[in-house]
Design a protein around this ligand. Structure first.
Ligand code: ADE
Ligand code: ZN
Length: 330
């Protein structure tokens, strides 16, 4: 399967936060791991973002970014991920004085050896913080282009409500001109209209989250007809209270509506699980069948920006997995 919705900074595990703090001589505002872990009770997206941005303070050197990325790749590979499209929040590092080259080169160096080391092919996506001004994003995008950063596309994340897609029309125009893929978070906490506007105003090829489309039947029809990929993150939605419990999650209804959904982890160090954990818990709660799990994996591969050859290879693996799982379960 492919993981299409993953913030690399959201893979920073508490143990690594402490190790990097020590390496860099940074004093953390928590006495120990237990105190840090006690902060992982979120009431909404913003309450999570506050901790997520604060913990980034331990990322200073290329080695820090590379170590974080390698730890994620190793864990993702062990959970069955074979291709990943990693988002990075460059503005969150530049704004605290870390040079753009440091974060880009650190993450990119680990991604570059991933296929050989872990069997996981990778792409890097520059995500922009929607609660900052568009000009700030444009400036960082120009710098990324000038330095020939190995990015495949751009995304849009951070605080959604009050920061609509219409704020970023010029940014997405520039990315299109530069030949980059375009994705955006929409319909996580924000309204269904943000999904429509991401498609129509920003020209995105894929929507991150998108669960609130279920409030708009006409939009569901359109998304199903156009097979717009929606990168859904069930454990994230529960932890950030976008849905009350996993049992209330709309994923089965989204599949039934013919939507092109995949399962992803978003920020696995914060939300209690990697993509395989999402599958295990969904299967326990919703009784996902082998065919449904296989369809979700195939959707993730088809919706990726991997080469056609890589997609064909990975789709073959999904078919083989489904055949083997089918013959075991009889
Ligand atoms: N940044 C990291 N995780 C995010 C999420 N789930 N929504 C918006 N911005 C994010
Ligand atoms: Zn996200």
């Amino acid at each position: 399967m492919a993981e299409l919705h993953l913030h690399i900074e959201g893979t920073l595990q508490p143990e690594l936060i402490f190790a990097l703090a020590e390496r860099n001589g940074i004093e953390l505002p928590y006495v120990d791991l237990d105190e840090l872990r006690s902060r992982y009770e979120f009431t909404d997206l913003q309450s999570f973002l506050d901790l997520y941005y604060a913990n980034m303070a331990v990322l200073r050197t290329e080695q820090d970014f590379a170590d974080m990325t390698r730890a994620y790749l190793a864990r993702a590979a062990s959970g069955g991920v074979r291709h990943v499209e990693v988002m990075m929040d460059a503005q969150a590092h530049v704004s605290r004085g870390v040079p753009l080259e440091t974060c880009v080169n650190g993450v990119a160096s680990a991604l570059a050896t991933s296929e050989r080391e872990f069997g996981v092919s990778t792409l890097l996506i520059a995500a922009f913080l929607r609660d900052l001004p568009e000009d700030d994003a444009l400036e960082v995008l120009e710098q990324l282009l000038a330095m020939n950063a190995p990015i495949a596309g751009i995304g849009l994340d951070s605080a959604e409500v009050g920061n609509p897609p219409s704020k970023f029309v010029r940014l997405y125009q520039r990315a299109a001109e530069a030949g980059l893929h375009r994705i955006a978070h929409a319909g996580e906490e924000g309204p269904a209209s943000y999904i429509t506007d991401s498609l129509d105003l920003l020209g995105v090829e894929r929507i991150d989250h998108g669960i609130r489309c279920m409030e708009d039947p006409a939009l569901v029809q359109r998304l199903a007809k156009e097979q717009i990929p929606l990168t859904v993150c069930p454990l994230s939605n529960v932890r950030l209270r976008a849905v009350e419990t996993l049992a209330d999650h709309p994923l089965p209804a989204m599949l039934a509506a013919g939507l092109n959904v995949s399962v992803n982890s978003d920020d696995p160090a914060y939300f209690g699980g990697y993509v395989d954990d999402n599958f295990v818990q969904l299967t326990a709660v919703h009784g996902l069948t082998t065919a449904q799990r296989s369809a979700l994996a195939a959707n993730s591969i088809r919706s990726s920006f991997a080469s056609e050859a890589r997609k064909a290879e990975l789709l073959g693996e999904v078919r083989a997995w489904e055949a083997a799982a089918g013959s075991i379960s009889g």
